[in-house]
Design a protein around this ligand. Structure first.
Ligand code: GTP
Length: 300
């Protein structure tokens, strides 16, 4: 949901159709609702509704189509253009959408994206904090998660990974298995990505209790991993896959041996890729690839 021109179809086209940001300028306005079905992890299908934001459509979603639009919603994502001149109207529609959601899907999660952050006139942090406060106030009692996003950097992947994560029923179990797998590989960290979108589905470490010597959490602290590493990896691999397709090659796997760490990215299951990060120089990439092969059945 969100006003016309706020960038909803652009983000969908980047994340789910693998188009580059430069092509989004050619997108026309969405007429009514466009539905996408994206297969995620075996039987899990993400049903994505892109609701055209022109006033006539918004009015119809809130009246005649109300029960169709707001029924069985898992997550509502409302997109706000950071430099919009029509914020009061945006907020009015947003509040009405919240009411629709409260009526038909009271358990739905709510994500608010302050989008086109690359166009923010003031420093990004100041702008985002101000907008976040404004949106939280407008949300009243509703619990909302706010992200600042732009199609021109990795911020979009951070937001969408978090959105998709809330929809995965067994995310905690996956995380636990990944932590066991990380231990078996002597890895600092293991990350599972969805195959087509390259969104992060689960990561190894978070479930390990901090403070235990040798736990992945300690290792991560010791190696001072960048907090934006997940979304940056998603963005980089997507760009690399795009380059591969331009020369009619298909992306299969990636191995990197640098002076202080080794990384292996390979298919884990039909719908996922796994990335293993190892800081121990004695661990061979061939051993990591063998471990992935052996773990496949467990993760299918
Ligand atoms: P409706 O279909 O009418 O509801 O609009 P929409 O919300 O789907 O907007 P759309 O995705 O068509 O984007 C409108 C314009 O915003 C396009 O020209 C995009 O290139 C541009 N745009 C989208 N995201 C960004 C962004 O993060 N930064 C900048 N600078 N421009 C963006």
């Amino acid at each position: 949901m969100g006003a016309s021109g706020s960038g909803k179809t652009s983000m969908r086209s980047l994340i789910f159709s693998n188009n580059p940001a430069s092509l989004t300028a050619r997108l026309g306005a969405t007429i009514d609702v466009e539905q996408n079905h994206v297969r995620f992890l075996g039987d899990l299908i993400l049903n994505l509704w892109d609701c055209g934001g022109q006033d006539a459509f918004m009015d119809s979603y809130l009246t005649t189509q109300r029960s169709t639009i707001f029924q069985h919603v898992g997550v509502m994502i409302y997109v706000f253009d950071v430099e919009t001149r029509g914020m009061s109207k945006d907020l009015e529609y947003y509040r009405e959408c919240l009411e629709g959601l409260q009526q038909f899907s009271p358990d739905a999660a709510i994500f608010l994206l302050v989008h086109k952050m690359d166009l923010a006139r003031e420093p990004k942090n100041t702008t985002f904090d101000k907008k976040k406060k404004e949106l939280q106030e407008a949300s009243g009692e509703a619990s909302v998660t706010v992200f600042g996003t732009s199609i021109y950097d990795e911020s979009l992947y951070k937001a969408w990974s978090s959105i998709v994560h809330t929809l995965i029923p067994n995310a905690a179990v996956l995380s636990k298995h990944l932590t066991t797998f990380a231990g078996a590989c002597s890895a600092t960290e293991v990350i599972l990505f969805e195959r087509t979108t390259f969104l992060v589905i689960a990561t190894s470490s978070p479930l390990s209790p901090p403070g235990q010597s040798g736990s992945p959490v300690d290792d991560i602290d010791a190696h001072q991993l960048d907090p934006t590493r997940y979304e940056r990896t998603s963005e980089l691999i997507k760009a690399f896959k795009h380059s591969c397709s331009r020369v009619r090659e298909e992306f299969h796997s990636l191995e990197m041996e640098l002076h202080n760490f080794t990384a292996v990215l390979d298919e884990m299951t039909k719908n996922t890729y796994v990335l293993i990060i190892v800081h121990d120089p004695t661990i061979e990439t061939a051993a990591l690839k063998l471990n992935i092969r052996m773990a496949r059945r467990k993760f299918e």
